[in-house]
Design a protein around this ligand. Structure first.
Ligand code: MG
Length: 361
C-alpha cells in the first residue's frame, strides 16, 4: 500500500462561547483536517490543530508543514509508522500539529487495512473512556453556575482554569465547590500562571475545597519550580506544557518532578509518540491523562479517546473540546453515553464516515 495524496482542509468555527485560560482567550476551533489517500482505495482521516497559546504554532504554518511532509511521504506505506515518523522528523523539527495530522491518518488507515477499530490496534483494553468537562476563567458566580450545569448534565469531574489573577482563584474554586457539592472531583489547570512558592501557598488554601490535582502550576521552562511544587504541595501536580514529548517525560519522571503527565497529540506529534510517553510514565509509576487543544474539531479527539481506552496507564481524560462545537465537521466516530462516556466506534480505524464539506474551506 502506498500513499498517493494528502489533501488539506481548513476548518474555522466559532466555539459555543469564548474560552478563557491564564494565557489568553480562545474563540474558534481552528484546524487543518487531512485526507490521506492510498493506492489501495483506503482513505485515512487526520487532524492538526495548532494551539497558538500553548505550542506557538498557527494554522498557516501547520498547513505549510503538512504540504512539505506530503512531498516526502507520497509513495510510502502508511502502515510503516516507524518509517513515516523517521521521514517526518528528518524533514521538520517540532511541528506537532502537522505530524499529528499525518500520524492519525496513518493509524486510521492501519485500522481500516486490518479491519479493526483503532482502540484495538492500539491495545484494546476497553472501548470507552470517561472525560471531564472544563470551565474557563470568568467571574466566580459564572464559573460556579457553569460547573453546576455540567454536573447536572452528568459530568462528575470538573476541570477549572485558574492562574489568570491569583487574588480571585480562591473565590472561583470556593464558588465551584459550593455549587457542585462534595462528590464531584475538581481538578485545576493554572496554565503556567503561578510562581512556585505562591503556587504552594495558594494550593494549600485551595485544597480546603478538596482538589484532585493541579495542572502546570508554573511556567513550562521552570523545571526546578515544578519539582518544588510537587515536593512541597499537598495537591498532586500534573505536567502539561512542561511535557512535550518522550524526552521531556523521561526527565520529569526520572527526577520525580511531577505526579502525573498530560499528553496531547498536538504537543507530541501523534499517537506514535504518545505511546512512548505512556510507556515511560508507566515504568516510573506515573499515571497519564489524555488532553486536547481547545481548538480541536473532534477527529483528533477520536484518536486520543481510542488511545485512552486502549491503554491501562491512561487513567484520566480531558477530551471535551468537541462539546464546545454546535456541529462537528465529520460524520461517525465515537458516540457519547451518560454525557461523559466516549464510546469508540466498532468500525475499522477511527470509524469516520466522511467530512462535512460545507464546514470546510
Ligand atoms: Mg493544561
Amino acid at each position: 500500500m502506498k500513499i498517493t495524496d494528502i489533501k488539506t482542509h481548513i476548518m474555522q468555527v466559532p466555539l459555543v462561547r469564548p474560552f478563557r485560560i491564564s494565557l489568553g482567550v480562545i474563540t474558534h476551533a481552528v484546524s487543518c483536517l487531512v485526507e490521506m489517500e492510498t493506492d489501495s482505495g483506503i482513505t485515512g482521516y487526520g487532524e492538526g490543530s495548532p494551539g497558538p497559546l500553548i505550542t506557538g504554532e498557527n494554522l498557516e504554518g501547520t498547513v505549510a508543514s503538512i504540504r512539505v511532509l506530503r512531498e516526502k511521504l507520497i509513495g510510502m506505506d502508511p502502515r510503516d509508522i516507524e518509517a513515516v515518523y523517521t521521514v517526518m522528523n528528518r524533514s521538520i523539527a517540532y511541528a506537532g500539529a502537522a505530524k499529528a495530522a499525518i500520524d492519525i491518518a496513518c493509524h486510521d488507515i492501519m485500522g481500516k487495512a486490518w479491519g479493526l477499530p483503532l482502540y484495538k490496534v492500539l491495545g484494546g483494553l476497553s472501548n470507552s473512556i470517561e472525560t471531564d468537562m472544563t470551565v474557563g476563567i470568568d467571574e466566580p458566580e459564572v464559573m460556579a453556575a457553569r460547573a453546576k450545569a455540567h454536573v447536572e448534565a452528568g459530568f462528575n469531574v470538573i476541570k477549572t482554569k485558574v492562574g489568570a489573577d491569583i487574588t480571585c482563584d480562591l473565590a472561583r474554586v470556593k464558588a465551584i465547590r459550593e455549587a457542585v457539592g462534595g462528590d464531584v472531583k475538581i481538578r485545576l489547570d493554572a496554565n503556567q500562571g503561578w510562581h512556585a512558592k505562591e503556587a504552594v501557598a495558594l494550593l494549600d488554601r485551595l485544597n480546603e475545597y478538596d482538589i484532585e490535582l493541579v495542572e502546570q502550576p508554573v511556567p513550562r521552562y521552570d523545571f526546578e519550580g515544578l519539582k518544588y511544587v510537587t515536593s512541597h504541595s499537598s495537591v498532586p501536580v500534573m505536567a502539561d506544557e512542561s511535557c512535550w514529548d518522550s524526552k521531556d517525560a523521561l526527565k520529569l519522571v526520572s527526577e520525580r518532578a511531577v505526579d502525573y503527565i498530560n499528553i496531547k497529540l498536538m504537543k507530541c506529534g501523534g499517537l506514535y509518540e504518545a505511546k512512548k510517553i505512556v510507556n515511560i510514565a508507566e515504568a516510573a509509576g506515573v499515571e497519564v491523562m489524555l488532553g486536547c487543544m481547545a481548538e480541536e474539531s473532534g477527529i483528533a479527539i477520536n484518536a486520543a479517546a481510542a488511545l485512552g481506552a486502549a491503554l491501562k496507564n491512561i487513567t484520566r481524560a480531558d477530551l471535551d473540546a468537541s462539546f464546545s462545537l454546535s456541529q462537528l465537521p465529520y460524520e461517525g466516530g465515537f458516540t457519547v453515553e451518560n454525557t461523559r462516556h466516549l464510546i469508540l466506534s466498532e468500525e475499522p480505524g477511527l470509524g469516520l464516515k466522511g467530512l462535512r464539506e460545507e464546514m470546510l474551506q
